[in-house]
Design a protein around this ligand. Structure first.
Ligand code: 13P
Length: 251
């Protein structure tokens, strides 16, 4: 059975002081959590190290929200996978729809970023998902399959097993409009079937597929009980300790 993963994506929110206060609350609340769900906080770059240090031996782990496709050099403002690795951070979100939309990241670029992450022993949380107009046209499965193929299918079976996939329908992000558990399960099953066709069912069954898009304490349990939904990538609700912990409890 796949271990559930609940990852918070703080996006570009919180000052250092606020980040420390939220982390402190999460540490104390996480101690009441039973079960083996993994918890990850994907925090802004300036807080990676302090958050990791603050978490200490807590069961919560830390992730970055992006990395460069370059190794090093004259790329002002960029952060490499090696830098993230060098401060002991295990996860990195790649291909979030906000990066695809606002920073024009495409499948080819993301394939390189995935390689950089894996090459530095980071676990990529690779995001895919369709915008509203594609869902309305009914071609969402085609698009998501293309996103997965373009950025992951160059990987060996051994490497792809180290990736976490997050399906995040763009129309559900920050809108309060969650995909129904059936819509989430249907897409997750499509992705798993696609992985099985390429890598075999044994590999496909090992890859966690998270759902993201307005995950809240009151819908988490139903979403996470779907057979192919292995946890969540949580935006807004991860900025409130109680909401995030209640979501983890839903797993
Ligand atoms: P919300 O949970 O705020 O909808 O954001 C989802 C998301 O983008 C997580 O990466």
């Amino acid at each position: 059975m796949r271990t559930k993963i609940i990852a918070g994506n703080w996006k570009m929110n919180k000052t250092l002081e606020e980040a420390k206060a939220l982390t402190a609350e999460l540490i104390s609340m996480a101690s009441e959590i039973k079960g083996d769900a993994k918890m990850v906080l994907c925090v802004p770059f300036p807080y990676l190290l302090s958050t990791k240090d603050q978490l200490g031996k807590s069961r919560i782990q830390v992730g970055a929200q992006n990395c460069s496709e370059q190794d090093s050099g004259a790329y002002t403002g960029e952060v490499s996978a090696l830098m993230i690795k060098s401060i002991g951070i295990p996860y990195v979100i790649l291909g979030h729809s906000e990066r695809r939309q606002f920073f024009k990241e495409d499948g080819k670029l993301l394939a390189i970023k995935v390689d950089k992450a894996l090459g530095n022993d980071l676990t990529p949380i690779f995001c895919c998902g369709e915008p509203l107009e594609i869902r309305e046209k009914g071609t969402h499965e085609v698009l998501v399959r293309k996103q997965v193929e373009e950025s992951l299918f160059h990987l060996s079976a051994e490497s792809v097993k180290k990736v976490v996939i997050a399906y995040e329908p763009v129309w559900a992000i920050g809108t309060g409009k969650t995909a129904s558990s059936q819509q989430a399960q249907d897409m997750h099953a499509v992705i798993r079937k696609q992985l099985a066709a390429k890598y075999g069912d044994g590999v496909a069954q090992q890859i966690p597929i998270l759902y993201g898009g307005s995950v809240k304490p009151d819908n988490a349990k139903e979403l996470f009980s779907c057979p192919d939904v292995d946890g969540g990538l949580v935006g807004g609700a991860s900025l409130k300790a109680k909401d995030f912990i209640d979501i983890v409890k839903g797993a």
